[in-house]
Design a protein around this ligand. Structure first.
Ligand code: HEC
Length: 155
């Protein structure tokens, strides 16, 4: 009986300490471990459906059905142009912020020298955002997390 009372008291104090801790800190701590905040991936089902449709219709013929890109995407072709790179997280699209990615899709290859078409006027902002959300949804989590962190740092 005595033991039971003690442990009830102990639990009460423990809960009080936890409450105090979570009230002070930004992030609650449980058993000394910070609870990680999962970065919010774009997971709006309607947006992803639109993105997949845009990608299949306009992008897949060059970048591949699953955004896998051309096998030899790192090497320029006979005309000195780069083949379509992968956008599935295995290339380096994730080095670019959302704004930079949008600019590349809107304006195409820099100075029109290359084979990426400009989509300005052909796709709406909403469709471009959706296409990005769709190919980001297939990035492996560590790739997305690294991109998200860079985006947070404002690169
Ligand atoms: C006619 C072929 C073609 C089509 C269609 C095409 N792309 Fe591309 N895309 C390319 C090529 C080639 C590059 C490389 C550009 C360069 O080096 O000049 C590229 C580059 C990109 C990049 C930059 C990637 C990086 O790693 O820097 C993004 C993002 C991209 N495309 C998205 C899209 C999206 C979204 C669509 C559909 C709306 C699309 N592309 C349609 C050929 C294409």
């Amino acid at each position: 009986m005595e033991l039971l009372k003690n442990s009830t008291l102990f639990r009460l104090v423990f809960v009080l300490i936890l409450l105090l801790l979570s009230a002070c800190g930004e992030r609650p701590e449980i058993g000394g471990m910070a609870v990680p905040e999962a970065p919010p991936r774009q997971a709006d089902a309607a947006q992803l459906a639109m993105g997949e449709q845009v990608f299949t219709t306009h992008c897949a013929k060059c970048h591949g059905e699953r955004a896998q890109g051309a096998a030899n995407w790192r090497k320029t072709d006979a005309d000195g142009n780069y083949p379509p790179p992968p956008l599935d997280g295995s290339g380096h699209a994730w080095h670019h912020s959302r704004e930079v990615l949008k600019g590349m899709i809107r304006d195409g290859s820099p100075q029109g020298e290359g084979n990426m078409p400009a989509w300005k006027g052909r796709l709406s902002e909403e469709q471009i955002d959706a296409a990005i959300a769709w190919f980001q949804s297939i990035w492996p989590k560590p790739v997305y997390d690294a991109w998200f962190e860079m985006q947070q740092r404002g690169r």
